[in-house]
Write a new protein. Structure first.
Length: 168
């Protein structure tokens, strides 16, 4: 995965549209399905929890299927890219203890994965206007830069490939 520049305003606008659409679809879909099921299969005791739950589940699955079907549409380009980037960064975060150990030993792949993680996190935090932990990120980046200098490695986030992490 490569880091690429995206239009922040367009991303925020499209993300907000997707979120509002999902919320509205979940609300209308779950209530509509539940009301239809209650009408078709009334309960004399008045407990319709299972029909309401089924309405929410069916609506959520439908929304997920629609999002998955439309994920490659140009309207969803930025939203999908950020979603995939977050998944990749979470994958790296789960492997971080092993990556840190390998980086200490001079492993270039581990260092480039960490570089990608730091650069991707910085990108996401700036995209979401979440700059509270940038100082912490700068400290981690400085440690990584020192390790790279110690092992005479040139860091390059563009060299990161997710499949390279399988051995960690």
């Amino acid at each position: 995965m490569q880091l690429k520049k995206i239009n922040k305003a367009r991303y925020r606008k499209h993300l907000n549209i997707v979120i509002v659409s999902c919320i509205a679809s979940l609300l209308v879909g779950s209530l509509g399905i539940a009301q239809l099921l209650i009408f078709l299969f009334p309960d004399q005791e008045g407990s319709h929890f299972h029909w309401n739950l089924l309405g929410v589940i069916v609506s959520a699955i439908t929304i997920g299927a629609v999002l998955n079907k439309w994920r490659n549409h140009p309207f969803m380009a930025e939203v999908t890219y950020v979603w995939e980037l977050k998944q990749t960064l979470n994958y790296i975060a789960r492997k971080l203890p092993k990556l840190n150990q390998a980086a200490e030993e001079g492993d270039v792949t581990a260092m480039n994965a960490m570089q990608f993680s730091y650069a991707g996190s910085r990108f996401l935090w700036q995209l979401d206007d979440n700059t509270l932990v940038m100082d912490e990120l700068a400290i981690s980046q400085a440690k990584l830069d020192a390790l790279a200098a110690k092992h005479n490695v040139t860091l390059n986030a563009d060299r990161f490939e997710k499949q390279d992490l399988a051995r960690f």
